[in-house]
Design a protein around this ligand. Structure first.
Ligand SMILES: Nc1ncnc2c1ncn2[C@@H]1O[C@H](COP(=O)(O)OP(=O)(O)OP(=O)(O)O)[C@@H](O)[C@H]1O
Length: 219
């Protein structure tokens, strides 16, 4: 699903922030991505969802080499990846329902065809009472769950989440983790970037650990 070979990344003329990364994300796998602050987790996620090209090495996403990918094929590949951003990126001038439905609207689907599924998904993440609320009035944990619902709504094959439990209490963090585990059981590959060791200890999953720009994989 994702293949990295000897990947390096530097910003401008700075030092390499990622070095010699070789690993695979398998279909329907579940893994944590961890490492100290500044180790490069967000940079690696940006490479995975095609927001960034590597400075060297091979990145293949769904079998396609991203360095030779024609620009017109990028949106189609991106649609197969759901992303939960660290800062949520919800649009305040829309309701929570409209935010979550946005990927389907952008894909050209008719509202009548998705209203029921978006409403059900919002219920699943515990926001059934907040459909019409602006994200501005949601709590941090509610925003996080809205961002998760938006990442899931188009049924991605791969879900990437950057610190998805960073703003919530331990109880809600466990609930969010259960959502991801359920998603994984339904066939989606999941990568969760986190610092939270207690959270990682709750699931027996592969750990991708970044340290000094290099990646170590613990099965
Ligand atoms: N756009 C950029 N331009 C220049 N340097 C950058 C840029 N983005 C990240 N960096 C640098 O790359 C390194 C890795 O940053 P990154 O945000 O990927 O780490 P992280 O592991 O996600 O950190 P955190 O856990 O604190 O969010 C840092 O030294 C950071 O300063």
């Amino acid at each position: 699903m994702l293949r990295f070979e000897n990947v390096g990344l530097r910003y401008g003329l700075g030092p390499e922030v990622l070095r010699d990364l070789t690993f695979t994300i398998e279909p329907n796998s579940f893994q944590f991505l961890t490492g100290p602050s500044g180790a490069g987790k967000t940079s690696l996620l940006r490479l995975m969802f095609l927001a960034q090209k590597p400075t060297r090495g091979l990145v293949k996403v769904f079998g396609r080499d991203i360095l030779t990918l024609p620009a017109r094929e990028l949106p189609g590949l991106r649609r197969r990846v759901g992303v939960v951003f660290q800062d949520f990126r919800l649009l305040d001038h829309m309701t929570t329902y409209e935010n979550v439905a946005l990927p389907l609207r952008v894909a050209g689907r008719d509202e009548a065809s998705y209203r029921a599924e978006v409403t059900e998904l919002l219920g699943w993440v515990g926001l059934g009472e907040k459909l019409d609320a602006s994200p501005m009035v949601l709590s941090g944990g509610e925003k996080q769950r809205a961002a998760i619902a938006r990442a899931l709504v188009a049924q991605p094959e791969l879900l990437l989440a950057d610190e998805p439990t960073g703003n919530v209490d331990p109880q809600l963090a466990r609930r969010i983790l259960r959502l991801f585990v359920e998603l994984h059981k339904s066939g989606t590959a999941v990568v969760i970037a986190t610092h939270d060791i207690a959270l990682m200890d709750l699931v027996d999953a592969k750990r991708l650990v970044l340290h000094d720009g290099r990646l170590h994989v613990y099965e």
